[in-house]
Design a protein around this ligand. Structure first.
Ligand SMILES: C[S@@+](CC[C@H](N)C(=O)[O-])C[C@H]1O[C@@H](n2cnc3c(N)ncnc32)[C@H](O)[C@@H]1O
Length: 308
């Protein structure tokens, strides 16, 4: 399948202009067509599109507010688990813009956009799709390492830089140390996708002491320490004796929200929004954490509009 290098939409077979953005699809000596292997694209459910809308709406409010502060020198957007920039609708097979491509169009504009992607094929597609935009840098590698080494040093409060960062992994993959560092910086706001379905399936079983070591360590990595075995369980007793029962999903998300505030040091963390699949099961909670009261109030308002 060919897609338009200017807007990321699918091209009609044989078309010489894109019917979505009207850009020419072939220019002499500079072919704008990009061949994409659709098998490597993520397949997004409704909840992903809601997430995109939420992040995009807040990003526009964010750049509007921050750009009015003359002291601020740079606004950055960071998509730490960026994907290929386009994805496929799980239901219809239609091509959709991913979070990275959607954020390119936010006005007022971010001055820098940093996209991190570990999968080489996806990173290559993303690089091609964004090659027309000089504000973009595609980083290959593990988001936790790239953020710490290459991106967060560009977002320092004392340099008058401010950033909005999307942490949107497939599963439990964000290192708490990175979240804690961001919380302490005071210059970066995050949307964080907390994968409660992954946690329930693979880690938050009854009686966590029976879990294999590597699963315990995975949750420690995301939570920052082993306190989750106390905070996410309650002790109950039945005919078979005492046992540790996992708290309901909403209480798990609330415990993580509290941790973002009390341990990582984000001043404002509105109640998260559950993202559900078509069967009504919560796949993940979208959290927002910020040093900024106004930002948190705006996100709270946006979350409330989508909560139903
Ligand atoms: C949920 S998808 C991202 C979707 C994208 N944010 C969107 O909404 O369009 C997660 C992406 O993270 C990538 N990924 C997984 N582990 C990673 C890691 N440790 N560092 C960077 N990228 C990673 C995957 O290859 C995948 O493309």
């Amino acid at each position: 399948m060919s897609i338009c290098a200017a807007c990321g939409e699918g091209l009609d077979i044989g078309a010489t202009i894109c019917r979505f953005c009207a850009e020419p699809t072939t220019i002499p000596d500079d072919d704008t067509r990009i061949e994409i292997d659709v098998r490597l694209l993520d397949r997004l459910g409704d909840w992903s599109q809601i997430k995109h809308e939420i992040v995009e709406r807040y990003a526009a409010a964010y750049t509007t507010i921050v750009s009015r502060q003359s002291v601020i020198k740079r606004m950055l957007y960071v998509d730490a688990f960026a994907g290929a920039g386009i994805a496929e609708d799980r239901e219809t097979g239609e091509l959709l813009r991913g979070s990275a491509i959607r954020l390119l169009e936010v006005e007022p504009r971010f001055q820098e956009l940093h996209f991190v992607e570990q999968n080489e094929n996806k990173a290559a597609v993303l690089e091609q799709l964004t090659s027309f935009d000089r504000r973009v840098q595609v980083h290959r590698g593990d988001a936790n390492e790239v953020l710490t080494r290459d991106i967060l040093p560009k977002c320092r409060w004392e340099d008058y830089h401010r950033a909005l960062c999307l942490l949107d992994p497939y599963g439990l993959a964000v290192d708490w140390k990175v979240v804690h560092t961001i919380g302490q910086m005071g210059s970066v706001e995050i949307f964080y996708n907390f994968m409660v379905m992954d946690a329930n399936r693979n880690i938050l079983w009854r009686n966590p002491e029976k879990l294999p070591q590597e699963r315990l360590r995975k949750m420690d990595f995301v939570w920052g320490d082993r306190t989750w075995t106390d905070q996410l369980y309650e002790q109950t007793e039945d005919l078979f004796g005492p046992r540790a029962e996992k708290l309901p999903n909403a209480a798990v998300a609330e415990a993580f929200r509290t941790r973002l505030q009390k341990v990582a040091g984000f001043q404002y963390v509105p109640a998260p929004i559950p993202m559900k699949n078509t069967r009504g099961a919560t796949v993940y909670y979208l959290l927002f954490a910020s040093p900024n009261k106004t930002g948190a109030a705006i996100v709270e308002d946006i979350f409330n509009k989508y909560r139903q």
